[in-house]
Design a protein around this ligand. Structure first.
Ligand code: PEP
Ligand code: MG
Length: 764
């Protein structure tokens, strides 16, 4: 639609179109006249320059509705008469979502709201962009055409840039007079619904992760000087990233490094820098140029379905924020940990894992992310740090202000903003209770986990990142019963090479400080995908290409991991276990690869581990019928009850409709687990249960009752489970569970076990 410049069809809007628009807008702002007159002129100019039959400006009223303030092309009588309720129509949708709406056949869109007074029935295509200032939506700028067409990325950029200029002048009151475009009155208290991504409850005060830089100067009179400022800022961005990568703290393998390397790759991306330089040469200030290209990136990100590209565009978006802060001289503003309140509830539009790790953990209580999901990398880190966190919190940024009191309820997924006294006191009680429990559990830390009748129980944690490692000592655990190596692969932007993996595993062993670590080889597939690895679309991913199946089909990946683990464990004990074993043959094949790697290491003179054990995970029911053969070959086993029970009951663990349908304490599951415990004892093969049930006191008690003596769980579960162990008479429990399992015909052992625990004063 806009006339293009240059040969590259993907190039940004033609210089003439944008430059002319910029010049005309500047002139309009400088002309005498009131705000309404300026808006009227703006719509005429834009419709002409963008070759659009309609150009309209809607501005937000205090009640959140959008009022048509100016139009070229629609019926004039509609001005100040047409109002869209909050979220109504495509215009309302654009304001609600705060991103462009681009529809080639707007009238057939389900969200379209027909307003006869406007006469818009003859226009089919519609492009709407939000008029944004400092993250707040002030209105919507719209163009429409008769023909059915999708507007190009260039059109979107032109309109977004125009919206930036309008926003600037709305803020200064130069357009439309006072009372509009001002922030809406904020309600006293409000509730924002999101999704829990890391369990917990937190009371505290809001800190904005990145206080947004509000770009106020959009147009420059000296493009040369702006170009120098931009170039200098880009240079500073690059050297800053290089310095961070060289720092001692991130020079080892680890999650920081992966993220920073992706940032560095983008910072050196010539296309990105070129687009910003072009925007400056069109007359924008350096800040406005960064923001304009960032807006375009954001629009692309929101359209993106492919999770890999979405994540990458998000990285680029984060980097743009950083660059904006550099240009504006605000890089270090508000980032000092010393300024953080002790009860920080961090609110971010988007956040990478490394950024969360930058904060002083002891001051963080909660985290709220506008678009984070439970599978996101930052969620993995939040869980590892034990921070209550919710994601998918729509419009949280525009609803909060720094310093607002708030409560994060990451059990229900709710954020209570500026809560009432009643809500605060209800939650305070909950939190006090939790804190009292935690302090009781801390007192148990140094106590060995031995039952009242003298049986020691192995208490291990599940881990997967470097940030998990301090939990090992903090929780007073015996070791790591499940180290999910895939988490490290999942947060990396490219496949971690041998030396990176070796460094990482060595760091894990170093920090484990002699406590055993059971590394699980890469368990991807199902719900765990690597952003850089192509995963076929499967109808039934849980039954598909995952775990050892991928590893055996791509043996070089598994061998590389074995090689890295063997090198990392030089002089130390090494335990590796293989996930998703369905047949003894698969375990044998994995062992052969493992032995080959050991042989290779030996031949090449690498120092060997002090001891090596290869184990199998029992999580596919078929191996229950090959237990003797498997146990004859495995040095140890670990029971992945999450998968074992989902396969046993044919109930998808990720589908809430069915996942809770079969009680894990029902006889079928417990009998299957008992068969494993019995076989392991007969064959003297060490066995640990590492699925979620091992971390719940009542379920953990049942596991001990059927014969398991070693459990692995989330670090936060160690306290409650240890309290149960210390108050348990295992002899009595074993007898009770044995009897119940023999006689129970239907239902579950849950109630009988609860009654038993109550009668025996067991802490569950
Ligand atoms: C399990 O299946 O129980 C298990 C521990 O593995 P994951 O949850 O990682 O699949
Ligand atoms: Mg599993």
């Amino acid at each position: 639609m806009t006339r293009r410049g240059g040969d590259d069809p993907r190039s940004i809007p033609s210089e003439p179109a944008l430059r002319v628009i910029m010049r005309r807008l500047r002139e309009i702002m400088a002309e005498p006249g009131d705000g309404q007159a300026r808006l009227d002129k703006i719509v005429v100019q834009i419709s002409g320059l963008m070759v659009a039959e309609v150009c309209s400006i809607y501005l937000k009223r205090q009640d959140g509705s959008l009022e048509l303030f100016a139009t070229e092309g629609l019926n004039r009588e509609a001005v100040h008469n047409t109002r869209m309720k909050r979220g109504e129509g495509l215009v309302g949708r654009c304001a609600e979502l705060s991103h462009p709406v681009n529809e080639s056949d707007a009238q057939h869109h389900p969200a379209f709201s027909y307003r006869p007074e406007t006469g818009e029935e003859v226009y089919h295509s519609l492009l709407a962009v939000p008029i944004l200032r400092g993250g707040t939506v002030l209105g919507v700028l719209v163009v429409q055409n008769r023909t059915r067409r999708e507007y190009s990325d260039e059109d979107v950029e032109v309109l977004q840039t125009t919206a930036m200029v309008i926003a600037e002048h709305l803020g200064s009151g130069a357009v439309a007079g006072a009372g509009l475009g001002a922030e809406q009155e904020r309600p006293i208290s409000s509730l924002i619904k999101g999704e829990p991504i890391s369990d917990g409850i937190a009371l505290g005060h809001i800190v904005l992760h990145e206080p947004r830089v509000v770009v106020t100067e959009l147009l420059s009179s000296d493009p040369e000087a702006e170009l120098v400022r931009l170039d200098k800022a880009v240079e500073e961005l690059r050297t800053g990233l290089d310095d961070m990568l060289e720092q001692e703290a991130v020079s080892k393998a680890g999650e920081h490094r992966e993220v920073l390397e992706t940032y560095r790759m983008f910072a050196n991306d010539r296309g990105w820098v070129r687009r910003m330089r072009e925007a400056v040469s069109e007359g924008l200030t350096a800040e406005a140029a960064v923001e304009r290209v960032q807006n375009a990136t954001r629009a692309r990100m929101l359209r993106q379905n492919d999770p890999y590209w979405r994540e990458r565009l998000r990285d680029l978006d984060d980097l743009s924020d950083r660059l904006l802060r550099i240009v504006a001289g605000r890089l270090y503003a508000g980032k000092s940990n010393a300024d953080l309140p002790n009860d920080t509830i961090l609110v971010a539009r988007t956040m990478g894992p490394a950024e969360l790790l930058d904060y002083d953990r002891s001051r963080l209580r909660g985290l709220v992310i506008e678009d984070g999901s439970g599978q996101s990398h930052v969620a993995i880190v939040a869980k590892a740090l034990g921070i209550a966190a919710i994601g998918q919190a729509a419009r949280v940024i525009e609803s909060v202000q720094a310093g607002d009191p708030a409560i994060v309820d990451a059990q229900s997924g709710e954020l209570h903003l500026r809560p009432t006294n009643e809500v605060i006191s209800a939650y305070s009680d909950k939190v006090r209770l939790q804190a009292r429990r935690q302090s009781q559990y801390r007192q148990l830390r140094a106590k060995p986990a031995v039952t009242k009748d003298g049986t020691p129980i192995g208490m291990h944690i599940n881990a997967g990142l470097i940030v998990d490692m301090p939990s090992l000592k903090d929780a007073g655990a015996d070791g790591i019963g499940l180290f999910r190596t895939e988490l490290q692969f999942m947060i990396a932007s490219t496949f971690p090479r041998l030396d990176r993996q070796t460094q990482f595993y060595a760091q894990v062993l170093e920090e484990a400080d002699g406590r055993p670590v059971m590394f699980r080889s890469l368990d991807i597939g199902g719900d765990k995908t690597l952003p850089y690895m192509e995963q076929p679309r499967e109808d039934n991913p849980a039954l598909g290409w995952r775990g050892i199946r991928i590893s055996l089909d791509r043996p070089s990946v598994l061998r590389g991991q074995f090689r890295a683990l063997l090198r990392a464990a030089a002089g130390r004990e090494l335990s590796v276990m293989i996930p998703m074993i369905s047949t003894v043959g698969e375990f044998e094949a994995a062992r052969q690869l493992f032995d080959r790697e050991r042989e290779f290491s030996r031949k090449h003179g690498y120092p060997e581990p002090a001891s090596v054990r290869l184990g199998a995970m029992i999580e596919v029911p078929s191996v229950l019928f090959e237990l003797d053969a498997l146990l004859a070959r495995a040095d140890f086993v670990s029971i992945g009850s999450n998968d074992l029970l989902q396969y046993l009951y044919a109930a998808d663990r990720a589908n809430p409709r069915v996942s809770g349908r079969y009680d894990v304490l029902a006889p079928a599951g417990l009998r299957a687990l008992k068969a494993i415990a019995d076989a392991c004892r007969r064959r003297n093969v060490p066995a640990t249960v590492c699925g979620e049930i091992a971390g719940r006191p009542l379920e953990a008690m049942a596991l001990l009752g059927i014969g398991f003596r070693s459990l692995s769980m989330a670090p936060a579960s160690i306290g409650p489970v240890k309290a149960m162990v210390l108050s348990l008479d295992l002899g009595r429990l074993t007898e009770f569970v044995g009897g119940e399992l023999e006689t129970i015909v239907e239902g579950s052992l849950r109630e009988p076990l609860r009654r038993f625990a109550e009668g025996d004063s067991i802490e569950i």
